[in-house]
Structure formats: structure tokens, C-alpha cells
Write a protein that binds this ligand. Sequence first.
Ligand SMILES: Cc1cc2nc3c(=O)[nH]c(=O)nc-3n(C[C@H](O)[C@H](O)[C@H](O)COP(=O)(O)OP(=O)(O)OC[C@H]3O[C@@H](n4cnc5c(N)ncnc54)[C@H](O)[C@@H]3O)c2cc1C
Length: 276
Amino acid sequence: MAGYETQVCVIAAGPSGLSAAVQAAEDGAEVIVLEKASGVGGAANMGMGPLGIGTKYQKQNMQDITVEKAFGMFMEYTHYNVDARLVKRYFEQSAETIEWLEDMGVEFEGAFKYFPQSEPTWHIVKTDTGIGPRAASFMNKALYAKAQELGVKFLLETPAKKILMEEGRVVGVLATDKNGQEVKITCKAAIICTGGAGCNPELKKLVISMERICLILLSLELWVTDLKWHGRQARINFQYGLNRQPVWLAWKIYQEAFPIFLASQIFWSIMGANAL
Ligand SMILES: Cc1cc2nc3c(=O)[nH]c(=O)nc-3n(C[C@H](O)[C@H](O)[C@H](O)COP(=O)(O)OP(=O)(O)OC[C@H]3O[C@@H](n4cnc5c(N)ncnc54)[C@H](O)[C@@H]3O)c2cc1C
């Protein structure tokens, strides 16, 4: 088994892991980063840039967007279905995060609107080919270079498997390298930065069940509206002798088939959630 010793072990090298590694190294810690993939950057390699509120780019263009206003818009947009304290903190620290990223060598094109009704909070990263998809990969490259410059060691294709604890304290991390060999990192602290809800089966179950319920309610609403409309049409057609047979038949089938569709949705929502 290969072994390493360090002060801080950062698990994963997406933008959160890269930032954690750079900050810990800047603060003087010895850092090792374990990353499952063969490259760094995670999902952010697909993005274009981070959010910023009250940044110099907005001020330069007289774009007056405050944390309070953005917070209100965001909470409305997400139907208050998010962690409000986390969102507030994210928004409050966003301007200094943009400045911190610039200190790390990241350059920005400016602040843009994500869609016409939104505010220009999207800070698109400058690339060598202009504005476009995957621009944020340049942010990841800059953070990766800064981390290496600060002496951070990266073990790619080495997913963490287990956090080792002794008397309630982290003492190490077990990982597996690309050849299937076990790797042990002895450390004083581990920072888990492995990303979003994909690793949380409970949350996935909840979200999928909620989506199914919304779909069922929406289908029900459409069905009732449609049924009323079809019923009226069928009655009119029947009264005036238009296409009497086919219209009645179609309406009957529709009437009979929908509850089956509904039942199957409920069945699959239960089976689907249980299968996760
Ligand atoms: C198409 C797309 C476009 C987007 N555009 C934007 C945008 O323009 N602006 C914006 O703000 N956000 C955008 N996002 C969202 C943004 O990419 C994510 O919020 C961000 O990447 C989250 O960063 P993270 O470091 O927390 O996790 P991730 O980027 O998900 O990184 C997680 C990392 O963990 C690694 N990992 C997982 N398990 C292990 C393990 N056991 N051991 C070691 N490593 C592990 C993964 O390989 C990965 O590298 C976009 C997302 C997508 C998919």
C-alpha cells in the first residue's frame, strides 16, 4: 500500500476542492488532493463563470444590484425551496470571491445576464478563444496552476474511499489508485468537496418523488381541463350529428386510459424511489 503524510487532505478537485486546496496552502498547510477523474475542474469545466453581486464589473457599468435584491429574486425563483442562509452567505461573499479568483490569475470578460429578465451577475471567465461554453475551465486551470505553485500534491484517478477516524478525529483517508492499489493518506484534517446531490441517495429519492408528485398533479389538472373540453366537444358533435361514433369512442378511451397512466405514474414513483 502506498502511503503519504500531510496536514490537509482535500477530497476532489472540482472548483470547491481547488479553492480549498489553494486557500489551505496559502495559509501555510501541507496539502494533498485526491481526485477520482483523470483531470481537475469537475462539472465546472462545462460552465462559463461564477456569480458575483456588487462587483467592480457591475459598478463600472452602473449596474446597481444589491445582495438583498438578488436574494429576494433568487428565493422567489426557487420557491423558497433552498437553504436561505447558505444562499445569503454565498451572495454576500460573491464579490470578494471574484476578486480572490482574480488574485489567483483568473480573468473575466465582465458581468452578464443569464437570461433577459435576470440581473447581470454571471461573471464569464476570459478564455483565449472569446466568450463561449466551457469558459470556466480556464478558471480551473488557473486554480490548478496556483495550487501546484504553492506545492499542493495532486493524486489523480485516485478516488477516496474511506475517512479514518480515531477518538472522533480525522487521522487519515483511504483511497484507491488507477491500478486498484490502496493508498493511505495520513492527515490531520480532510475536506470533502465531492460535489452535489449525486452522492446523496436520500436527497435524490426526495427530489424524484417530489417531481413525480408534481407531474401527477399537473397531469390531473390537464386531464380535468381536457376532459371538460372533450366532453363539451363530444356533446356538441353528438347533438349536431357530427362524427358521432369516432368522437364518442375517442373520448371513452381517453377517459378509461388516463387513470391507468396515473396509476402507472404512482407505481413508478414508488418503485423508482425505492430502487435508488
Ligand atoms: C453544463 C453545466 C454548466 C454549468 N455552468 C455554470 C456556470 O456558468 N456558472 C456556475 O456558477 N455554475 C455552473 N454550473 C454548476 C457548477 O459546475 C457546479 O456548481 C460546480 O462545478 C460545483 O463544484 P464542486 O467542486 O462542488 O463539485 P464538482 O464540480 O461536481 O466536482 C466534484 C469532483 O469530485 C470528484 N469526486 C467525486 N467523488 C470522488 C471521490 N470519492 N474521490 C475523489 N474525487 C471525487 C469528481 O470527479 C469531481 O471532479 C454548471 C454545471 C453544468 C453541469
